[in-house]
Write a protein of this length. Sequence first.
Length: 184
Amino acid sequence: MRRALSQTHALRARWPLALLLAGIGLTAVAAFDAQRADRSNRGAATQVLREYASFAAWSYAQHLEETMRGMAREVIGAVNHGSALHTGLRVPDARDLVHYLPWGDACYCHHATQGPNPETFFAFEMGEDWLESTINTHPDPDAGWEVDRPMMLPVPAAAFTGYPAGDQETILHAIKRLARGSPD
């Protein structure tokens, strides 16, 4: 009987140890499973983030392209004399090009509806050695364009007052070089 008691006592003493080892084993399995789930979730999150960023970049590119086309259409409209193509033989004066920008009743001036206002408009003829630019006489040149009123005095700090002779020659040379397609 003593032997049976001693076996029962030994079994009772080992029971908590067995439970402890089983608990440690289950904790290890749970930790491994949690680590695997974390890796899987990080992979899914990275993939979702990559796809979202790709979509956002595509959407931004579409909006940017649409805005840039609108800006170009607005500024090139002056070169094309409105919505038509430039078919006239006469090169318009630089100050005439301003009137192709949209009119704003709020400022009583011409202004770009998309993007910044052009700093200047200029006219030239290929094969000629002259460059005509116009001066914006609006009190706030960044806000709009006027050419039909005299320039206020003193001239606003942001006002473009024309190209110096050396700059005119450089601009004409660059335009002619680009038109000929020469790298010079």
